[in-house]
Write a protein that binds this ligand. Structure first.
Ligand code: COA
Length: 542
């Protein structure tokens, strides 16, 4: 494989300005995280700890193997979505190793509105389950929640991707042999009671965990029967009489130990199954020849200022090596084979606008990776597909559709990182959120929207001006400026990485320096992934 020759001038004014902007954005994001933490209700934290319960991150750290990293997903979910702050969306999700097995951990944070489910909480829980199902990760639910956030019931209860979907997912994953383990460490009421009830194995903490369909006040109102929480749904009742839970733990520490034992007891069967699957290739890892720190000055916040995507590949691939496919054809899309931390991957990366040839090349390359069983990494920096009479005449829509077909139906794991702009159908062809990548991350300065703010402002101002013209009126300059400014502002806000991550359009904002490390972890996680689509590709429009 050929080594990429970097041309970056780290002393240049452009590089230095990009780097300053990136560091500012990283600081803003870290401050946002701290602010979220500070917004936690002190009363609820004190009350939680007083009950002898551990805080959610302490629970997770005790559950995973010592000295291993927890790959937390979407830590900024929920930012600025509701009147009250909802740190992390009220739930912590992420991938952690237990007994050397990669697992999905989904843990309620009872110090945030009693761990109740807001719309974003439900979305985050379901996304974590989707990742688990796609990558065949055992699920551990650390339950401590007041269930649905009742004032918002219409946004969390009735629809397909609402609260009920959690249990549907549990049943289906269990059927596929993906372990479902619940640890009831606090409240677990009404619909929430189904999380432990639907699990393969359930642990409950003595005199702390409760499971019931209706709490004491509801029961009293409904039937007049009076009972304490413990009598109605405590650990003793459920492990000795009802059988809703399987193991009684003394406290949080003991419960988490039992959860680790549940994973350990199936370690051999999980490992054996893993060995019998088609494993994606991995060999010895080599560091890139160029410093990953240099990624901080690579991109500008403006999509007008471009950069060579090979510079990024040079800083994430082993030895900075890249075997480029069709290097002389459709050059606005760079495709090729590389290794990331020893994992074989096919990289599809934008280097400008997408033309018909770039889409054809991308489609061909995705087919190659699919047939060879090589996972795909998409590096997005795309303003979209080329427009204009010439391009429509040559059928750019059907060529783009081929790439979208290939991305939609390939069986190999897919990983997407939005590093610059991600606009229009370019986002689709490059495996955006709707195309089910196993994981999707975004850089702090990246932007995503249906089109760029300038273009949207121009289109909408023109539409308004045409309307005026049809009725014999003329749009004033002040009106034109007002419409334009409004759209520019709206797109600037909605296109930002923080806006995206708060709403779970991605799995988290990442520091560019950690792109290789995070991709490597995700590749390791996806090693046991089930080819989700057994057939061949869909029909390519020729
Ligand atoms: N919907 C909306 N808000 C809820 C809620 C729910 N299901 N459960 C709790 N809350 C809110 C409380 O109003 C309170 O809000 P505030 O801080 O703004 O005052 C906050 O969450 C903390 O609740 P609190 O009761 O003080 O916490 P706790 O630790 O003493 O008790 C529970 C926690 C979960 C045992 C208790 O709140 C409870 O029983 N909630 C109702 C559970 C239920 O019936 N759920 C049905 C869902 S279908």
């Amino acid at each position: 494989m050929k080594k990429i020759q970097s041309q970056i001038q780290t002393g240049s004014a452009v590089y230095q300005e990009n780097r300053r902007t990136m560091l500012t954005q990283l600081k803003l994001i870290s401050d946002l995280g701290l602010m979220q933490e500070k917004s936690r209700s002190k009363r609820q934290v004190t009350q939680h700890v007083k009950k002898g319960k551990w805080l959610v991150m302490d629970r997770i750290n005790a559950l995973i193997d010592a000295e291993t990293d927890f790959l937390e997903l979407s830590p900024l979910a929920g930012v600025d979505l509701y009147e009250d702050a909802l740190p992390k969306g009220g739930i912590v999700t992420g991938v952690g190793q237990i007994e050397g097995i990669e697992c999905m951990i989904i843990a309620n944070d009872a110090t945030v509105k009693a761990g109740t489910y807001f719309p974003i909480t439900v979305k985050k829980h379901l996304r974590a389950q989707a990742i688990a199902e796609k990558n065949r990760l055992p699920c551990l639910y650390l339950v401590d929640s007041g269930g649905a956030f009742l004032p918002r019931q219409a946004e969390v209860y009735p629809d397909r991707d609402h609260f009920g979907r959690i249990f549907f997912n549990q049943a289906r994953m269990s059927a596929k042999g993906i372990p479902q383990i619940a640890v009831v460490m606090g409240s677990c009421t009404a619909g929430g009671a189904y999380i432990p009830a639907m699990s393969d194995e359930t642990i409950i903490v003595k005199k702390q965990g409760t499971i019931f369909l209706g709490g004491p006040p509801l029961v009293k109102a409904a039937t007049g029967e009076e009972s304490s929480e413990e009598e109605l749904g405590g650990g003793d009742l459920h492990t000795r009489m009802s059988g809703v839970a399987d193991y009684l733990a003394r406290d949080d520490a003991h419960a988490l130990l039992l959860a680790r034992e549940c994973v350990a007891s199936q370690k051999n069967s999980l490992k054996t199954r893993q060995r019998h699957r088609t494993l994606y290739g991995r060999s010895e890892s080599h560091a890139p020849a160029y410093s990953e720190d240099e990624l901080l000055g690579l991109v500008s916040m403006s999509s007008q200022k471009t950069f060579d995507i090979l510079e990024l590949i040079a800083r994430i691939s082993d030895g900075s090596q890249f075997h480029e496919f069709k290097p002389r054809y459709g050059k606005s899309l760079r495709c090729g084979f590389a290794k990331i931390d020893g994992f074989e991957v096919g990289i599809v990366a934008n280097n400008g606008i997408l033309f018909s040839e770039s889409a054809l090349k991308g489609t061909h390359f995705i087919q190659l990776c699919d047939k060879r069983g090589i996972p795909l990494v998409f590096l997005q920096n795309v303003v979209g597909f080329m427009v204009g009479r010439h391009y429509e005449k040559e059928g750019i829509a059907k060529h783009g559709a081929k790439m979208v077909t290939a991305v939609s139906t390939t069986r190999v794991p897919k990983f997407t990182v939005i590093v610059g702009g991600s606009y229009g159908a370019g986002n689709y062809a490059m495996c955006g959120r709707a195309y089910d990548p196993n994981f999707l991350f975004i850089w702090p300065t990246a932007r995503t929207s249906v089109m760029g703010s300038e273009q949207a402002a121009t289109v909408l101002t023109q539409i308004k001006a045409d309307q005026y013209q049809r009725t014999g009126n003329v749009m004033s300059e002040a009106e034109r400026v007002e419409i334009r400014e409004h759209i520019l502002k709206k797109y600037d806000n909605e296109g930002a990485a923080v806006y995206s991550t708060a709403r779970l359009f991605d799995d988290g904002i990442i520091n560019p320096k950690e792109t290789r490390k995070i991709l490597s972890r995700c590749l390791a996680v996806a090693h046991d992934a089930d080819p989700s689509f057994e057939g061949s590709f869909g029909l390519f429009r020729m």
